[in-house]
Design a protein around this ligand. Structure first.
Ligand SMILES: Nc1ncnc2c1ncn2[C@@H]1O[C@H](COP(=O)(O)OP(=O)(O)OP(=O)(O)O)[C@@H](O)[C@H]1O
Ligand SMILES: [Mg+2]
Length: 969
């Protein structure tokens, strides 16, 4: 089966063989080379590599084919080092001076299992490194070095420029190699958590000493979960109270059977020399004698002081070592020896009975760390990660401290690698150890995601019945690679990858062509079966999109049917997100759909219009325009296109919009009424609403928007429905209803189970009710919540509206600075989107705030901008700017002008049915009249203002009117 994997390539080349060729007879040369290659091949194979080919006097060997090992890079370097020391001896025997140059590099390749190596960039780079090496030198690539750093000393060379590669290649000369050190060191954190395990371990140790009896303690746990770290901690705490012997099983090598014991006895020096000799020669004694000797030695040692014999990485033990340990544990019944082993769960795959049936044995499975503990670890790392990166690291590592640390380092470097290379190697070996049937299922599961369903993998594995996969899945659960999980599909079962990284590693193995095929088949499986998935379109769309992506990376042409399928699903998903008023998600889906939809297809036009709608709502008018232009180009006369275009006009050119809409809307409504297309009708009424609303006629606007809501509800378009009802709240705020009536209407809306968008509107309305009542803090808090709500939904236009409301609150409360700050924030948003209607009102209010702060020039500038942006029918803007102009004139001593402006402001306010606006304008006129000593008229105006404020239930307004009345009398 084909797979993608990370391998380490080793190139080595006989130096000066051309010169040799001149000296030697061809037959003799052949013999010499043959001897050398024999020695090289034997060395490479001993380290677990395979020779891929001989080319002239060069050898290419690969570590990772047919099987990947977690330490392939280190194996390659060890092999090269050994060859470097071996060849001079071979040459010597032949009476020649021979030298080799070597290049080693690690990277991704595609392989056909069982067949020869497929070439890849990783292999080419190894060849280049070899060519750049001087005789006798071993050069390592950067990826290789990253995996062996702990075991080597190197010297960095100047980066090599390599033909056909844009970036120079980093190269490192190998100086020294530690023959037994692991490739990567695991920097130590101070211990977090693990109190329970430590106590347990401590208890077994105390018993060993008290009862003077041998105990076996086995700590099982997946790679990196913290077995070695935990043992370190115990040993540090036990300290001088024990003789501590420590050995580690090596992954492979010659004479490694008893190596861990020999290593453990080394610190004892002379006294253990003879037994170590016998352990390393192996055959010098029968196993029985050897076992007896080791046991007697330990017992004698324990008579002086209790002994802890720690054997780490027992999953790599040779069978004879297992026998030896069993022998000690079974027979040393009267000596205080604790045999403390740590191993990955694979141990039980090879030695199922380990620890079983012994009364003096304890086995503990080390579980992942909890969230709090992981947080503590991140802190120890001097965590400088952003919140998002931090969350991803926490989520992906799922309590595995090794993964946590490596991921955090990667994230800090801002690298775009999904799996850290050290962990990649670890997981790749784990996957390759699996029987191919189980691995195949894991890879199929990885297509679905971190959680996958049994029937999905069965379908993808093309098995006849879902139950065919039952047993291999159970085995995978037993091996702790996956765990049962609750299923989304009734009657099915689901599983969850133990780690997201295991899923990623399994997925990474799949060749892209296979991935494309599987993603497509998964999408079809989903369409066929998963009735209970709410998000079939989202998920199927994503999978088809992946299929397209992988196809495209392999070939440039992708089947248009596949692309259309993907676009269709994403379009549906986008529409549904729009219905939920989740603008961010809607835009995301529709954007992706648009990229996939084939040109000239009707679908493409529909996607463009739907996306334009979302963009208008979100305030990106420029891009909405582009999309509409394209859609109009394709289908000139379609109703959805023109409705959306008109909506766009309302925001970007309010002046023009009203005329256009008023001229064509009646005909449009008639046509739509005949076709009974509720969705389009709702949109048309929405436009009629805008016409009234921008002319500041709240009552008429409310009528239209309620019609829009009714049709939207009938069409099942929840997004439009909540938008319509939301704007109904807007009309309540400004229109003639008083505070109590508004509160009642808001209660009624809340009965309808509004989504987050409409709820934000309700909060905005409640903020206004609080303001009318003079409860300013509450008003600020409620409006702030509405602002957060809209922001979270991605609608900047509504966020600006909320800022405007905050400014009203502040102006009512008499805090002009705060009002100004809110308005400037709103203005920044609106200016960027090209919106004009809301922005003109914002600028009018900016003018009011500056005037209150005594900054006449700034106020005037804002007035001018407001009037320039404003459409003629937007009376509110002129009611405000003329009122401000009146005050500025008053300040400048021009009473006549002040009077004219103030009257004009009242005229404009009366064109609307915005009660508060009218109250404010009349009060403004009263101020001017008062200043001109026309006291009776001033009193009349102030009284009229008071009545208006009272009718609206606006207490702060009423108080201002009363204060004015007091002053006049
Ligand atoms: N409880 C812990 N508190 C602090 N650091 C920890 C803890 N557990 C593990 N670590 C750190 O996480 C890394 C991995 O742990 P460790 O090497 O002990 O894993 P392991 O289970 O022995 O893995 P392997 O099977 O590969 O040997 C180390 O750097 C270790 O210091
Ligand atoms: Mg370990």
């Amino acid at each position: 089966m084909a797979a993608r994997k990370v391998i380490t390539a080793l190139f080595c080349d006989l130096v000066g063989s051309t010169a040799l060729g001149e000296e030697l007879d061809p037959e003799a040369l052949h013999g010499v080379l043959g001897r050398c290659f024999e020695a090289i091949t034997a060395t490479i194979e001993r380290h677990g590599g395979t020779v891929q080919k001989y080319a002239g006097d060069a050898v290419l060997a690969v570590f990772g084919i047919p099987r990947v090992h977690e330490d392939d890079a280190l194996r390659a370097v060890r092999a090269a080092d050994e060859i470097g020391r071996l060849l001079p001896r071979v040459a010597d025997e032949l009476g020649l001076a021979l030298e080799f140059r070597t290049g080693i590099n690690t990277g991704l390749v595609h392989t056909d299992e069982g067949r020869t190596l497929a070439m890849g960039d990783a292999v080419n780079v190894a060849a280049r490194l070899e060519q750049a090496a001087r005789p006798g030198e071993i050069l390592l690539g950067a990826e290789t070095l990253g995996l062996v750093r702990n075991a080597v000393d190197v010297e960095a060379l100047a980066p090599l420029t390599v033909k056909g590669k844009a970036e120079p290649v980093e190269a490192f000369r190998l100086l020294r190699l530690d023959p037994v050190a692991p490739g990567v060191s695991r920097a130590d954190f101070s211990l977090v958590g693990r109190e329970y395990e430590l106590r347990l371990l401590r208890g077994v140790w105390d018993r060993t000493v008290e009862e003077s009896r041998c105990q076996l303690f086995t700590l099982l746990g997946t790679a990196g979960v913290g077995k070695s770290r935990l043992v370190d901690e115990l040993l540090a705490r036990v300290g001088e109270a024990a003789t501590i012997l420590r050995g580690r099983c090596l992954h492979y090598g010659e004479g490694i059977t008893f190596w861990p014991i020999a290593e453990a006895l080394t610190p004892l020096g002379e006294s253990s020399q003879s037994i170590r000799d016998r352990l390393s020669s192996g055959g010098a004694a029968t196993p029985g004698e050897l076992f007896w000797e080791v046991r007697r030695f330990l017992e004698a040692l324990a008579e002086r002081r209790p002994v802890i014999l720690h054997v780490d990485d027992l999953h790599w033990a040779e069978p004879m070592l297992i026998d030896l340990l069993n022998h000690i544990v079974d027979l040393s019944q009267s000596a205080p020896v604790l045999v403390l082993c740590a191993a990955r769960p694979e141990l039980l795959e090879d030695y199922a009975g380990w620890g079983g049936g012994k009364l003096n044995a304890t086995t503990v499975m080390l579980e992942p760390l909890g969230n709090t503990e992981c947080e503590q670890l991140l802190e120890q790392l001097g965590d400088e990660l952003g919140r998002q990166a931090r969350e991803r690291v926490m989520e992906t590592s799922e309590g595995n401290p090794l993964f946590l640390r490596e991921l955090a380092v990667l994230a800090r470097e801002g690298a775009e690698v999904d799996i850290p290379p050290t962990i990649q190697a670890l997981l790749a070996e784990r996957l390759e150890r699996l029987p191919s049937e189980e691995r195949l299922l894991l890879e199929r599961g990885a297509i679905e995601g971190q959680v996958f369903h049994r029937s999905a993998v069965a379908a993808l594995a093309q098995s006849d019945s879902p139950l065919d996969v039952e047993l291999p899945l159970a085995d995978l659960v037993r091996k702790d690679l996956i765990r049962p999980h609750s299923a989304n599909v009734e009657g099915d079962e689901a599983f969850r990858f133990r780690h997201l990284l295991i899923r990623d590693a399994a997925y990474e193995r799949l060749p892209k062509a296979t991935r494309a095929d599987l993603h497509e088949r998964y999408a079809h499986w989903l369409e066929d079966t998963a009735v209970d998935f709410l998000e079939v379109d989202e998920i199927a769309g994503w999978h088809l999109e992946q299929a397209v992506r992988h196809e495209r990376e392999l070939r440039h042409e992708v089947d248009p049917r596949l692309m259309r399928d993907a676009a269709q699903h994403l379009y549906a998903a986008g529409r549904r997100a729009g219905d939920r008023s989740d603008l961010v998600a809607a835009r995301n889906f529709l954007d992706r759909a648009l990229v996939l939809a084939p040109g000239g297809d009707q679908l493409r036009g529909r996607i463009a219009v739907a996306l334009a709608e979302q963009l208008i709502e979100a305030g990106d008018l420029a891009r909405a325009d582009e999309l509409l232009v394209a859609a109009e180009h394709e289908h000139a006369e379609s109703a959805p296109v023109s409705l959306t275009r008109l909506e766009w006009l309302v925001y970007s050119q309010p002046g023009e919009a009203n005329q256009t809409i008023e001229s064509i809307l009646p005909r449009m409504l008639e046509e739509l009424g005949r076709s009974e297309d509720d969705r389009e009708l709702a949109k048309a009424h929405m436009l009629a609403f805008w016409v009234q609303w921008t002319a500041n006629r709240a009552t008429l606007a409310a009528e239209q928007v309620r019609l829009a809501a009714r049709h939207a509800r009938r069409a099942g378009d929840i997004g439009l429905w909540s938008r319509a009802l939301g704007w109904y709240v807007g009309t309540l705020i400004w229109g003639p209803q008083n505070a109590r009536a508004i509160a009642g209407e808001l209660d009624a809306i809340e009965q309808e189970e509004p989504g987050p968008y409409l709820l934000a509107f309700v909060e905005l309305g409640r903020g206004e009710v609080a303001r009318l009542d003079g409860r300013f803090d509450e008003a600020r808090a409620l409006t702030g919540r509405a602002l957060d709500g809209f922001r979270g939904l991605g609608t900047t236009t509504m966020a600006a509206t909320c800022e405007q409301s905050l400014a009203w609150i502040e102006l009512s409360a008499g805090v002009a600075e705060a009002a100004l700050a809110s308005l400037l924030r709103a203005d920044a948003i609106l200016a960027e989107s090209g919106e004009r209607s809301l922005r003109s009102t914002t600028q009018a209010m900016v003018a009011r705030s500056y005037e209150l702060l005594g900054r006449a020039d700034a106020a005037l500038a804002a007035i001018e901008l407001a009037e320039e942006l404003s459409a003629p029918q937007e009376a509110i803007n002129y009611a405000i700017t003329h009122d401000v102009r009146a005050r500025l004139a008053l300040g400048a001593g021009d009473d006549d002008a002040a009077m004219a402006w103030a009257k004009s402001a009242v005229d404009y306010a009366l064109k609307t049915d915005f009660v508060d606006l009218q109250g404010g304008a009349r009060l403004g006129l009263a101020v001017v009249l008062d200043a001109c000593d026309r006291l009776d008229d001033a009193r009349t105006e102030a009284r009229a203002a008071l009545e208006l404020f009272e009718a609206k239930g606006d207490r702060p307004g009423a108080q201002r009117a009363e204060a004015r009345l007091d002053r006049i009398s």
